[in-house]
Design a protein around this ligand. Structure first.
Ligand code: ATP
Ligand code: MG
Length: 341
């Protein structure tokens, strides 16, 4: 019986978590859930965003499902000693979650919500695999005498493991994105990707693309991509660019995968304090995070696909929360998805 560490967090986190659990229960009756307070809820209850006990429970779980953390109540904590977001950084580091997966799958019913033309985004189904714990964001940095620097470092091992994550997620093609015409880290990246491809994944096509060209192609020919694998900063930028192919922020799920331990799944959106407690949050990003948990956390592809297809059908039939221009409540959207299952 897989055990899920459930961390609803703050703001709309608990509201959308409830929705996701209802949907998960409909397709996987054997899952058990242990709920823990993290983020602002953790600070209120225990004085810290994430207790050692909660971290230990997450490490011992089969997968972690997180709502959202943070909010104005804790942002105003001027001591800086505890921050709601510490829960997130603690989890990423503590679980070694070096691979962030963001699927970009514009839903037919929402093609009109994208700023791009329908012909361009039709049938787009791509996955961005972003390295999450290395590169420019984690390198040595400093500012002195009117000069500032950041360093971009990758080891062979860090590149190997993220490239493998990309190949494992691919059916037929991986696009490795780098800037190998300029950067040494990118030349190493390209060499390692080429070797891992030849040694371990020869049946999958590997192509290399420079990040500037990839940024252009994401808009001009997004259907070209199946899996994009790239370093931390390029992935940060490209995944936000790609998110514009879909409709609302409330729609997008993400998975953060680690080495040997459990993985973590959460919606892309934050705690949305402006709509908290009104019962109107769009639960789809969280429900689709549950689908990613089934697929990548538990290896249950059929159940994951069933959830995704139920979301598609519910939207096809017209259900729309407020962020999508409709009036449906969180509970009504959840019910519509459950009816399709
Ligand atoms: P964070 O710093 O936690 O990432 P943020 O400031 O980026 O938060 P969000 O909390 O994601 O922002 O909210 C941004 C806007 O999107 C808000 O107006 C919020 O109400 C809206 N929003 C976010 N998620 C949802 C959702 N699931 N349903 C409806 N609206 C949402
Ligand atoms: Mg944000």
């Amino acid at each position: 019986m897989p055990n899920i560490a459930l961390l609803p967090g703050d703001g709309i986190g608990p509201e959308v978590a409830t929705a996701a659990i209802e949907v998960l229960n409909a397709v996987a009756t054997d899952l058990t859930y242990d709920e823990h307070k993290v983020g602002g809820a953790g600070i209120d209850e225990y004085g810290v965003a994430m207790t050692d006990d909660t971290m230990a429970a997450c490490k011992a779980s089969d997968a972690v499902l997180l709502g959202a953390v943070g909010g104005p109540k804790w942002d105003t904590n001027e001591t800086g000693a505890v921050r709601a977001e510490d829960a997130l950084f603690g989890l990423r580091a503590g679980l070694g979650l070096y691979a962030n997966l963001r699927p970009i799958r514009p839903l037919p019913a929402l093609y009109d919500a994208s700023p791009l033309k329908r012909e361009l985004i039709e049938n787009v189904d791509m996955l961005i695999v972003r390295e999450l714990t290395g590169g420019l964001y984690y390198g040595e940095r400093g500012t002195k005498d009117g000069r500032a620097y950041d360093t971009l470092v990758y080891t062979v091992e860090e590149i190997e493991r993220i490239v493998r994550a990309g190949f494992r997620a691919a059916k037929s093609r991986v696009t490795s994105v780098d800037k190998a015409n300029v950067l040494d880290t990118s030349r190493l990246w390209r060499d390692v990707a080429t070797r891992i491809h030849a040694e371990e994944f020869p049946t999958i096509e590997l192509e290399h693309e420079l990040v500037d060209a990839a940024a252009m192609k994401l808009i001009s020919a997004p259907r070209h991509f199946e899996v994009i694998v790239t370093e931390n900063m390029f992935g940060d930028i490209l995944s936000d660019e790609a998110s514009m192919l879909t409709g609302s922020l409330g729609m997008l799920p993400t998975a953060s995968l680690g080495g040997d331990g459990p993985s973590m799944f959460e919606p892309v959106h934050g705690s949305a304090p402006d709509i908290t407690g009104q019962g109107i949050a769009n639960p789809i990003g969280m429900i689709l995070s549950g689908a990613l948990l089934l697929r990548h956390g538990l290896g249950r592809e059929a159940e994951a696909a069933a959830v995704e297809s139920a979301v598609d059908k519910a939207l096809d039939k017209g259900i729309r929360s407020r962020d999508l221009g409709g009036t449906a409540t969180t509970a009504e959207v959840t019910k519509a998805v459950l009816e399709e299952l």
